[in-house]
Design a protein around this ligand. Structure first.
Ligand SMILES: Cc1cc2nc3c(=O)[nH]c(=O)nc-3n(C[C@H](O)[C@H](O)[C@H](O)COP(=O)(O)O)c2cc1C
Length: 255
């Protein structure tokens, strides 16, 4: 994980993407990156074949739709939440003023005076999530949970939870379907993915994202394991194809 003092330098253009794939392993070129690549290729193929919903406007109408985009979480600085409660305070103040923040604008954290956001890339990452019609999170399992940097990003969703809990959040974001691909080195284990899934489902619900059936892959340990596992690659291909093939904007609700 990059340190808290790393300045925010990375930016993602504010364009609508059909699908944002976030590859969350610290290991470059490993199984998560391979899975992200396989998923995004399949998504594009599925999307080409998909009907578009004629009379429903594209999200961020006017903005170019860039298809699928893959980001690597390790390229971004994410500071840990320190439970400073600045977001709780801000939420209470917003409520007292009967003001509300739109969950549509995940990227705009100005109403949330989060000290961590001022010195890392979380705003950029939340912005990229907000600008996508669908999401796909890909991650290895580390000690029955998520790798540290990914968990840090999940913890930072606390800002939105504070807004929900103490007031000030207008729950008006479209329900983005979110797919999850989790990878473990162990060949079996009933609860291998249970902790990660609990965290992700609850965090994604806070962002008004709906978790679609996750794809859980066992027995992939060496960095090239997925490249050598045809069956796992085919499962990812089918998962990505199905995601891309859904009629576009199916999940979008009118503002
Ligand atoms: C720190 C660490 C912790 C791990 N913990 C687990 C674990 O609890 N269960 C498991 O099945 N695999 C575990 N693994 C193995 C990884 O999940 C596996 O190697 C995976 O393929 C890594 O994905 P990547 O290639 O995308 O980095 C761990 C690996 C590391 C480095």
């Amino acid at each position: 994980m990059k340190g808290a003092a790393v300045p925010a330098t990375r930016t993602v253009p504010e364009e609508t993407t059909s699908c944002l794939v976030l590859s969350c392993s610290p290991r470059a070129g490993g199984n998560s990156d391979t899975a992200a690549r396989l998923f995004s290729r399949a998504f594009d193929r599925g999307r080409e074949a998909a009907p578009s919903v004629g009379d429903v406007p594209e999200a961020g109408a006017g903005a170019p739709n860039r298809g699928v985009r893959v980001l690597f979480l390790r390229d971004y600085a994410v500071s840990p939440c320190t439970a400073c409660d600045a977001c709780v305070q801000a939420a209470r103040e917003l409520k007292a003023r009967r003001a509300a923040v739109s969950l549509r604008t995940l990227a705009d954290t100005r109403p949330f005076p989060c000290p961590a956001a001022a010195r890392d890339d979380s705003t950029t990452l939340f912005g990229a999530l907000a600008a996508a019609e669908q999401l796909c999170l890909v991650s290895p399992v580390y000690w029955y949970h998520l790798p540290a940097q990914f968990k840090a990003l999940v913890d930072r969703i606390q800002v939105f939870r504070s807004m929900r809990e103490y007031g000030g959040l207008r729950d008006d974001a479209p329900k983005r379907p979110c797919r999850i691909i989790l990878i473990g080195g162990r060949p079996r284990g009933k609860r291998l993915f249970a902790g990660s899934l609990l965290s992700l489902k609850s965090a994604l619900a806070t962002l008004n994202s709906a978790t679609v059936d996750p794809l859980l892959l066992y027995g992939l340990d060496a960095d090239d394991a997925l490249c050598r596992d045809r069956e796992a690659a085919e499962r990812i291909d089918a998962y990505g194809l199905a995601a891309g093939a859904r009629p576009r904007m199916e999940h979008y609700e009118p503002a």
